[in-house]
Design a protein around this ligand. Structure first.
Ligand code: ADP
Ligand code: ZN
Ligand code: ZN
Length: 753
């Protein structure tokens, strides 16, 4: 018997609500439906549970119509959402809000408005022979027509003899593939020879299974065998630890091809900014039309089309995407690849659910019984520890592919350079010489500075005044190109000051340097060099980004200055020199992950040098020459870094030996916030004792006029996380119930980074 009630998840921070199901509507789990909720809002909801238990309310609303011809979520995806909501401590509605592309879940003040926002697929005309005509009849007809109307006969013949892969599921031919005009089609239709239907655009996908795979080198072959055999003994997750340029992508391709050939889907995750034309091109050469790219720069329409297409797919899909691709309906998932698995961009920190994409990939795969391949030149200590503990399979690839050599890394002492008068603007003599040599040979240079803008602040030489953001507790960054001061937290802009407002001195000094200033210095020092800059300011769109990258790739730019953006996904063969302009701000940070991060970042940046034949040089400028991280980077000694860092983490009970839950409290009344934070910390301490740290003010403790305090909960391994979450929920409900602390907003970040 069919069920009479449905629990519906709505895109709100609320629990699922019960609706009745009208006779005329037939729904199944995972379906999207239109429902009226609140005084007058129509939402898209997801059918989460079907049952016969009437709810305890007087008037129960019934669901409206069903929205798509397929469920938006399969059973495994529903379990996955439930896990996300439970583990990351948010509601299913919040998961829904983030997981589904905006156009797929319209919302409106009423039915009419809702309908207006509804996704309407792009359609096109499809042509087929009329049913009453047989092929032989039509061919005979063509013969007869040839005299009278030769062009029309030709078109008809084209339709009868059409061969190709473009047919839709009805066996019809897309009109755009025919060589003819609308008038001719119309005449044939009127004469009754053919039918023309307007239908949703069918993106054809050839089902080729013979992929043009690159042959693996002996070292790559050995690793591929290790991965296969570790899968045979039942280890679902494998960590591939291979230096940059070792050809990890080729090994992924090998397993991707195996999975696709079985008719299963593959999800390949890469950091957002590594999703460049370069990678997509490489995958398309091998996997052709199977490749679907999915990331936040695509239009909402494209994302929705991809989502629905995949929901209807019968398997054999290859999706390459940023972390948001973890929510696509890949109902036949067989393999998840997480490239650059150590990358911080896999963690979503700003809105709930604050999930870690790499961890989600492992959970998602386990729900489908799929395999996971994690790859990195500098694995996260979490994954590395899992490999050491035998939870993950582990393979090492130490050599670069082909003739390409590892770069030579030089530590350049900035203090010493200054003392000896060997520093010009931001460059020590070693870097200057290396750049001069490389540019002289017609080779390229990459310069890394992890700050955008001209200078991070300007300071009055008279009284020390600096210009600060009126809304945030930070200095304003000076931007020379746009000629203004800008807040990197809230976007506030102001004119560049000419006088100090405190002492009216006109001598305001730009302090420190960002990418703009480096770019300017290179132009002054090397007049003939063609310089480009890659950071958030210059790559405002995908095409702007691609233009800069392509021009460097094609050798039209000699020097590329950039932030983190230049560290990923590039494979440039002419880069001879990489300069890290100031390593101090990478290694001297109070974060317990600072050393790990600095090692990863510098090793990744260094990996851009001298791919292919020419040996590259990497110059790291610093005043902390003795810092152990730098020694490990120079020696390329990941193991030493891991050993030392893990020992430290173990001693202080940091991840991977514990898990962290971070609470961020926000309020525009700073006194109230302080009182509330202390009170909340006390409630938590009653439950967790000395596992609670704080409250403390973060380095930037006011953003957009709102004050911020933080608390940290550390749960050592072996303790139940679900019990911890339960206790956290209890403490939270106490603050929520506390009248005075109502205005304080608390957000929770599980496994904060
Ligand atoms: P990684 O991802 O490990 O940094 P890549 O996969 O980008 O390394 O490989 C580095 C370069 O070597 C690329 O240009 C790639 O095309 C080439 N390469 C690696 N392995 C092979 C192979 N088996 N056959 C042909 N080219 C390869
Ligand atoms: Zn002053
Ligand atoms: Zn601001």
């Amino acid at each position: 018997m069919s069920k009479r009630y449905a629990d519906i998840v709505l895109p709100l921070a609320q629990p699922a609500y019960c609706f009745s199901i009208p006779e005329c509507v037939e729904v199944q789990l995972g379906d999207a439906v239109a429902v009226q909720f609140g005084v007058r809002n129509v939402y898209t909801g997801i059918v989460w549970r079907l049952h016969n238990e009437p709810p305890q309310v007087k008037r129960i609303k019934s669901i409206g119509r069903k929205l798509y011809d397929v469920p938006l979520l399969g059973a495994e995806q529903m379990r996955y959402w439930e896990w996300l909501a439970e583990y990351y401590m948010c509601t299913l509605g919040e998961v829904m809000r983030m997981a589904l592309p905006s156009l797929i879940k319209p919302k409106g003040g009423d039915e009419v408005e809702f309908a207006k926002c509804e996704f309407s697929p792009r359609t096109e005309a499809y042509v087929a022979l009329s049913k009453q005509w047989s092929r032989a009849d039509v061919l005979a007809e063509c013969e007869r027509m040839r005299r009278r109307a030769p062009r029309r006969a030709e078109v008809l013949e084209q339709i009868v003899n059409f061969e190709g892969s473009g047919l839709n599921s009805y066996g019809e031919i897309p009109r755009r593939l025919l060589d003819c005009d609308a008038a001719q089609i119309n005449t044939l239709r009127k004469a009754g020879y053919i039918e023309v239907n307007e239908r949703e655009r069918w993106s054809e996908r050839a089902d080729e299974i013979v992929f043009n795979l690159p042959a693996l080198s002996p070292a790559q072959q050995r690793v591929a065998e290790e991965i296969s055999s570790s899968q045979h003994i039942g280890r679902a997750v494998h960590l591939l630890h291979g230096v940059t340029g070792s050809g990890k992508t080729e090994i992924y391709m090998h397993f991707i091809a195996q999975t696709l050939a079985k008719g299963q889907d593959v999800l390949m995750l890469v950091p957002e900014i590594a999703l460049t034309g370069q990678l997509i091109d490489r995958l398309q050469t091998v996997f052709g039309s199977r490749v679907t790219a999915y990331h936040s720069k695509l239009t909402a329409l494209r994302r929705t089309e991809s989502y629905l297409r995949l929901a209807r797919s019968r398997g054999g899909e290859l999706v390459v995407g940023a972390r948001s691709a973890l929510f696509l309906p890949l109902n036949h998932l067989g393999l998840v690849v997480v490239d650059e698995e150590h990358d911080q961009s896999y963690k979503q920190s700003d809105t709930a659910p604050r999930y870690q994409g790499r961890d989600c990939a492992v959970v998602l795969a386990s729900l489908y019984g799929a395999r996971v391949l994690l790859g990195s030149a500098t694995p996260s200590l979490e994954s590395y520890a899992n490999a050491q503990w035998g939870k993950y399979g582990y393979s090492r690839l130490e050599e670069r592919y082909g003739a390409s050599k590892s770069p030579k890394i030089i530590i350049s002492d900035t203090m010493r350079s200054v003392k000896r008068g060997e520093r010009k603007s931001h460059f020590n003599i070693q870097l200057l010489n290396a750049m001069r040599d490389a540019l002289g040979r017609g080779e390229q240079v990459m310069l890394f500075q992890n700050r955008r803008g001209f200078t991070p602040f300007v300071q009055c030489s008279g009284c020390g005044w600096t210009m600060r953001c009126p809304h945030c507790n930070v200095t304003l960054t000076m931007h020379r190109v746009s000629n203004r001061m800008e807040c990197h937290y809230c976007g506030h802009v102001a004119d560049v000051p000419r006088f100090c407002p405190q002492c009216e001195t006109a001598d305001l000094k730009p302090m420190g340097f960002g990418t703009e200033r480096v770019e300017e210095a290179v132009k002054e020092l090397f007049e003939v060099a063609r310089v480009a800059r890659l950071d958030r300011d210059t790559s405002t769109s995908e095409s702007a980004y691609n233009r800069i990258v392509r021009s460097f790739e094609e050798g039209q730019t000699d020097v590329l200055v950039g932030t983190q953006m230049i560290t990923k996904g590039f494979d440039f063969s002419r880069v001879a020199v990489v300069g890290i302009l100031n390593a101090d701000n990478l290694i001297c940070s109070p974060d317990f992950r600072a050393s790990e991060r600095a090692f990863q970042l510098m090793t990744q940046v260094a990996g851009r040098a001298g791919r292919r034949e020419n040996e590259g040089v990497v110059v790291i400028q610093t005043s902390e020459v003795e810092h152990p991280v730098l020694q490990w980077v120079v020696a390329g000694n990941y193991d030493a870094m891991a050993r030392s860092e893990l020992a430290e983490r173990h001693a202080f009970n940091y991840p991977p030996y514990s898990r962290l839950i971070q609470f961020t409290l926000r309020c525009d009344d700073v006194q109230l916030l302080r009182r509330g934070s202390t009170w909340f910390a006390e409630r938590l301490r009653e439950k967790f004792g000395n596992r609670i740290f704080g409250p403390v003010s973060p380095p930037v403790d006011r953003i957009r006029g709102v004050y911020i305090m933080r608390l940290m909960l550390k749960i050592e391994n072996g303790r139940s996380m679900s019990r911890a979450r339960e206790l956290v929920r209890e403490a939270l409900s106490l603050v929520v119930a506390h009248q005075e602390y109502k205005p304080i907003n608390i957000s929770i970040d599980v496994d904060a980074q």
